[in-house]
Design a binder for this molecule. Structure first.
Ligand SMILES: Nc1ncnc2c1ncn2[C@@H]1O[C@H](COP(=O)(O)OP(=O)(O)OP(=O)(O)O)[C@@H](O)[C@H]1O
Ligand SMILES: Nc1ncnc2c1ncn2[C@@H]1O[C@H](COP(=O)(O)OP(=O)(O)OP(=O)(O)O)[C@@H](O)[C@H]1O
Ligand SMILES: [Mg+2]
Ligand SMILES: [Mg+2]
Lengths: 227, 227
């Protein structure tokens, strides 16, 4: 389903060149559940952003469903992201001017779902992540963990084929963290592919395999081999 | 040193009243190291903001160093915060337009420290939290955990008497998390009082006592009794 080959990502600031990713190759198949761990600053979010087509690699190939999208136009990438990807951001990226309900509805914007159906799906998701009582609040009126759960809900409400989650339980107590992991496990059992960055060794156990990154490279992994 | 009595905090939005804190009383003595845990949304950040004089309780008393500051002016509170408090925010609150070095220097702005001394202290702190190579970067050019470490550095660089930390290790891998906790332990040994909100049971162990919050109330605590 996804084949990343020799991905490199460089950042250039006025006096420092950062090699954020240094030759990463990875295959992700339909139904996979991969956890990515590694020290702060080692390239996990950068990797996830490239996987999620939100950023371009400096060099290397990205094959998606057999098609080389390494140099695809923004329009093409948008089409793929719209129907296939759900992204949970490390810093949530909620829209401050929209209520919780409206933020969640954004996750259905490309699904061509009728209004009734959309309202019902949003209501179900709010119950699922435990924020039903916050539907008409704005993000700044929520706790950190509540904001995280809205971000999770928005990514999942549209039933994407591939979920990219950047530290989805970082602001959650163990009970809520467990809730989120069991929701991801359930989705994976139903066929959704998941790539999850996490600092929690405990939550990484829920995945089928774990990949360790270090200084922008794959340091080691268990389960299926990367190439 | 700090005595909070019967603190209540209510939020009113158009159709929902939230009782964020419902009768919290707590004593914090010089040299204390208190961990606060509890489910997402139970009132921990709200409590810390009131403790840090960034927010006023709806009712209840706040005695600081024997002085009732429950109705103190913003000017008075600012004076106390400036010299005595260091705050690590759950969402970091870094200044986007300033470099990492400049953000750290903000922590010394009230210390009347000469330029040479200020530069030296900032350099030491950057080494301490492992971001020396990022001094001239801007917050958006850092990883989530690097931003968190800048937030930590800024709060601690001025040697405050009381450190209020809202989930300071949420975005850190276990090695960096350990670094941060041992830095807090060291400060506490030297006399700094610390109140730390955390979702990590493991990091709560570094404190002298843990208080559990639930639905805006103190649910239980170990070590010294609260009143
Ligand atoms: N400005 C506001 N208006 C309305 N409700 C608010 C506001 N700020 C916070 N709340 C509510 O007050 C309650 C406590 O929030 P708080 O941020 O203290 O929780 P928390 O324990 O820090 O949670 P977390 O672990 O998720 O960070 C939450 O239910 C939250 O939605
Ligand atoms: N726009 C940018 N310009 C320069 N350097 C950047 C930029 N964005 C990220 N970096 C650097 O690239 C490296 C990898 O960042 P990334 O966000 O992928 O780390 P991470 O593994 O997700 O870390 P964390 O666990 O702290 O979230 C870091 O050293 C970071 O400072
Ligand atoms: Mg990251
Ligand atoms: Mg909080």
């Amino acid at each position: 389903m996804i084949h990343l080959q020799h991905i490199r990502k460089l950042y250039q600031t006025s006096d420092v060149e950062t090699v954020a990713l240094d030759n990463i190759s990875l295959r992700i198949n339909q139904g996979d559940f991969v956890a990515i761990m590694g020290p702060s600053g080692c390239g996990k979010s950068t990797f996830l952003n490239i996987l999620g087509m939100l950023d371009n690699p400096t060099s290397g190939k990205y094959i998606f469903d057999g098609k080389d999208i390494s140099n695809a136009s923004e329009a093409t990438l948008l089409e793929i992201r719209k129907v296939k990807l759900g992204f949970i951001f490390q810093s949530f990226n909620l829209i401050d001017e929209l209520t919780v309900e409206e933020n969640l509805e954004l996750g259905l914007i490309y699904n061509h779902v009728g209004r009734q159906d959309r309202k019902a799906r949003v209501r179900t998701m709010m119950e699922r992540v435990g924020i039903s009582h916050r539907g008409r609040h704005f993000p700044h009126q929520l706790s950190g963990g509540q904001q995280q759960r809205v971000a999770i809900g928005r990514a999942l409400v549209g039933n994407p084929l591939l979920v990219l989650a950047d530290e989805p339980t970082g602001n959650l107590d163990s009970a809520h963290g467990h809730e989120v992991m069991s929701m991801l496990r359930e989705l994976n059992n139903a066929g959704t592919s998941i790539v999850m960055v996490t600092h929690s060794g405990e939550h990484a156990q829920w995945a089928k395999r774990t990949i360790q990154l270090l200084d922008g490279r794959v340091a080691g992994n268990d389960g299926e081999a990367t190439d």
